[in-house]
Design a protein around this ligand. Structure first.
Ligand SMILES: N[C@@H](CCC(=O)N[C@@H](CS)C(=O)NCC(=O)O)C(=O)O
Length: 320
């Protein structure tokens, strides 16, 4: 039995869930409290989510790509890595690069979009069981939203999206990927691998970011993603996607117009050209004093982010 310590909406967690389901391994999910992560403290490995504990071997391991590699080595049935060593290394490098670029920036922009359009959703994600679910009720949700929004803004630096060239860097990453996948069915070789699973999972938060979900040159990439979701029985939408869509339908508008888009902001990832050994992360510590800085950062993001409202139309790839 594999125990999976998770935050259910995390795109890194979805990678591991998908791998476990693909390999038909028995597993059980344990929802953790995001603020304390006390459920996983007994394990002597970096405390990021996802983390798995294999009760058969005693192995506990965090970081989604090493987890998937461990699963493939320990349980070789229904392989996710190619047998050919060159292709195997290619798949591994794709995973580490996507974890260190797409995964981090899509998380930033997905949360940014939630904060700009329906911040009350944050309480439903982070506090479903706190005080018997009090913060999922209407008025309390509104109270919790700015506090959670401030903490997340400081932790992941949403207020620096423009400065850090996040939109530009992601666009520069995704356009060639979309072109490649119009020619090839898979990222590596002729079969589905852990690299495809990584790309399709980590793209998910961008489905609520109109600059990407509605980008004419990226529609084929989302069609590719949807095909994989269908073929592998993955959830068509996550609850936060449904929440934001319902809000847009009610308002008839979405925050989609990125006003700046600099041509020189495209080098944002700054990764070494050599092979990567581990994935990068961008989590910054937040304490109660730094929270004082959170309020202006949060308010700026919510009201003066430079991303304007535009009429809501569904993305072409989804037709929803
Ligand atoms: N490279 C890691 C990234 C994992 C990660 O950053 N997880 C986030 C959740 S999406 C986390 O642990 N957050 C806890 C925190 O911010 O303390 C992976 O692929 O698993």
């Amino acid at each position: 039995m594999i125990e999976l310590y998770k935050l259910h909406w995390s795109h890194y967690v979805e990678k591991v869930r998908w791998a476990l389901d693909f390999k038909r391994l028995p597993w059980r999910g344990i929802d953790i409290v995001a603020f304390t992560k006390k459920e996983m403290q007994r394990f002597d490995c970096p405390q990021t989510v996802p983390l798995i504990h294999d009760t058969a071997t005693g192995v506990a391991i965090s970081d989604s790509s090493p987890i998937i590699r461990y699963l493939d080595e320990a349980y070789p049935e229904r392989r996710l890595f190619p047998l050919d060593p060159v292709e195997r290394e290619q798949a591994w490098q794709w995973m580490l690069r996507l974890d260190s670029t797409l995964g981090l920036y899509a998380r930033r922009l997905g949360y940014t979009q939630v904060i700009m359009e329906c911040p009350q959703t944050l309480a439903q994600l982070f506090m479903p069981n706190v005080c018997g679910g009090l913060f999922t009720r209407r008025g309390w949700r509104r109270l919790a939203a700015p506090v959670l929004g401030m903490m997340l803004t400081l932790r992941f630096r949403f207020h620096r999206n423009q400065q850090d060239g996040v939109y530009e860097a992601l666009e520069a990453l995704l356009l060639p990927l979309a072109e490649k996948l119009e020619r090839d069915r898979f990222l590596v070789g002729e079969q589905f691998t852990a690299a495809d699973l990584t790309l399709a999972s980590l793209l998910r938060p961008l489905r609520i970011v109109p600059h990407f979900s509605h980008h004419p040159k990226l529609q084929s990439l989302f069609v590719w993603q949807e095909r994989l979701f269908r073929e592998h029985g993955r959830d068509a939408t996550f609850p936060y996607e449904d929440a934001i869509r319902a809000q847009r339908q009610r308002r008839g508008a979405m925050r989609g117009l990125v006003r700046w888009m600099r041509a020189d902001g495209r080098e944002g990832f700054d990764l070494p050209h050599d092979a990567l050994q581990v994935a990068r992360n961008d989590i910054h510590p937040v304490n109660r004093w730094s929270l004082v800085l959170g309020l202006p950062a949060y308010l700026k993001l919510r009201w003066f982010s430079g991303i304007s409202w535009m009429p809501y139309v569904p993305a072409a790839y989804s037709g929803v």
